[in-house]
Design a protein around this ligand. Structure first.
Ligand code: SAJ
Length: 425
């Protein structure tokens, strides 16, 4: 089967680069998003998100007529669903968050009417196990005139697969092409059809499996990273208590040939690693004990940092009895969820700075070279350069190790306090 026209539903961090990658290989791509602003921006050949090299790819794709954005799906040979799958937080404290598939349902409802015999539908969104089968059920509900793999198996009119994205924000355009792809079909023919489509631009290997295994593979990858970061974060708290430099400790332990500990930080942010492990926990709460604890350790880290800052303020005041809390200024270095990006989603650094803003009556200085305008509550803080923050503040909190922050000519003073969550200082 030749896939000439591809319809990508959801033009965010995954959908738009994927649409541009297909268009770059001269497929006719219709990009769909409910956000009219995103659609208009893309149709002008511009982008509404920040990702290196994406602007050039989208500009070329639109200019050459291979990519066009719209607010509704149009007939195509293959459909890719790349919409968000957030979780719903429970009402009670400590309850397990559950996945919210409403965006997938809305996407399926909008694709249903334009499906035709022979089409391929791929779910790319990170999803709990069983979500692809659920999407297939929603599609079948809207098109009783077509057959689907859950009933017709290999003879179905429509092929359905799950191919989770695995790209790292900041490196998406490169990883999209070079990474291996896990391709989970609802049947073998479904997997083969999806593989043929991805081979259009993927240079990595395409690994075929079932839809359920592909769903679990993606969750496993992010849960693996979360558990390993939790170990590093737990070590940092232990080391703080027993007065050991955790960065040196990890560096030394990692010289063992079979040890590779990750780096502690202020917590785990972003919309993937801080979310996906909950999809495993909510499905199998009795069994997923380690996965849940890791989530709780990482989610608890910002609170630990906030307490450290409070203690530093108290220490500072004890050493300077002529001053009051109002005289104490705190400089926070970084608010993004990780280094060298502008993405603030689920950022622990942002959560920490917001808490300082809420609780500290003195000056709060924010140093964040990747963000033009401080958001929400932080708009009341002062955005300053590294140098002026360094000179002015009494308490310094390193939250994100942006490359601009790795300075070597800094002079530390005994009368100031330094809290380094990233091992930069
Ligand atoms: N972090 C640490 N210590 C570390 C590594 C990361 O504290 O040693 C923190 C970061 O600061 C950040 C968070 O973890 O707050 C997540 O950052 P990340 O770079 O580990 O991952 P993401 O969320 O940007 O992207 C992940 C990737 N998954 C894996 O590496 C297994 C990416 O490949 C996935 O495609 C992406 O999730 C996704 O979309 O699911």
């Amino acid at each position: 089967m030749e896939y000439e026209t591809v319809c990508v539903v959801g033009l965010g961090y995954i959908g738009l680069p994927t649409a541009a990658a297909f268009a770059g290989r001269r497929k006719k791509v219709i990009g769909v998003d409910v956000n009219q602003h995103a659609v208009d921006t893309i149709n002008r050949g511009e982008i509404h998100i920040v990702e290196p090299e994406l602007d050039i790819a989208v500009h070329a794709a639109v200019k050459e007529g291979y990519l066009r954005a719209a607010t509704r799906p149009e007939p195509a040979d293959a459909f890719l669903v790349a919409v968000p799958t957030p979780f719903k937080k429970g009402q009670e404290k400590g309850s397990i968050p559950t996945p919210d598939l409403s965006y997938i349902q809305a996407a399926a409802d909008s694709i249903g009417p334009v499906l035709k015999k022979g089409d391929l539908v791929i779910l790319e969104s990170t999803s709990p196990v069983g979500a692809t089968e659920q999407m297939a059920a929603w599609l079948a509900d809207s098109r009783p005139d077509l057959t689907f793999p859950q009933h017709a198996s290999e003879d179905s009119d429509i092929r359905i697969a799950h191919c989770p994205e695995r790209v790292l924000p900041g490196h998406i355009m490169h990883e999209l092409i070079e990474n291996d792809r896990v391709i989970g079909g609802m049947t073998t023919k479904c997997a083969e059809a999806a593989c043929e489509l991805y081979k259009t631009f993927v240079r990595g290997e395409c690994l075929l499996t079932t839809a359920r295994t592909a769903e679990m593979a993606k969750l496993t990858e992010n849960a693996f990273r979360d558990v390993n970061i939790a170990f590093a974060n737990e070590l940092s708290i232990i080391c703080d208590k027993v007065d050991i430099n955790v960065w040196e400790l990890i560096r030394l332990a990692n010289r063992h040939p079979r040890v590779n500990i990750l780096q502690p930080g202020p917590g785990v942010g972003g919309h993937c690693i801080a979310v996906d492990p909950w999809f495993i926990v909510s499905e199998t709460p009795e069994e997923a004990r380690l996965t849940r604890t890791a989530r709780e350790v990482n989610d608890g880290k910002p609170e630990w940092v906030i307490n450290k800052i409070k203690l530093a303020v108290a220490d500072f005041l004890q050493a300077n009895p002529d001053k009051t809390v109002k005289d104490v200024s705190i400089a926070c270095y970084g608010i993004a969820f990780k280094p060298d990006i502008d993405d603030l989603r689920e950022s622990p650094a942002l959560q920490i700075v917001e808490s300082i803003m809420n609780n500290h009556v003195g000056d709060v200085l924010v140093i964040e070279p990747n963000v033009q305008k401080l958001p929400g509550l932080l708009s009341k803080a002062e955005k300053v350069s590294y140098e002026s923050g360094w000179d002015a503040a009494d308490i310094h909190v390193m939250l994100v190790d942006h490359k601009d922050f790795k300075k070597t000519d800094l002079k530390f003073r005994n009368d100031k306090k330094y809290i380094d969550l990233r091992g930069v200082w």
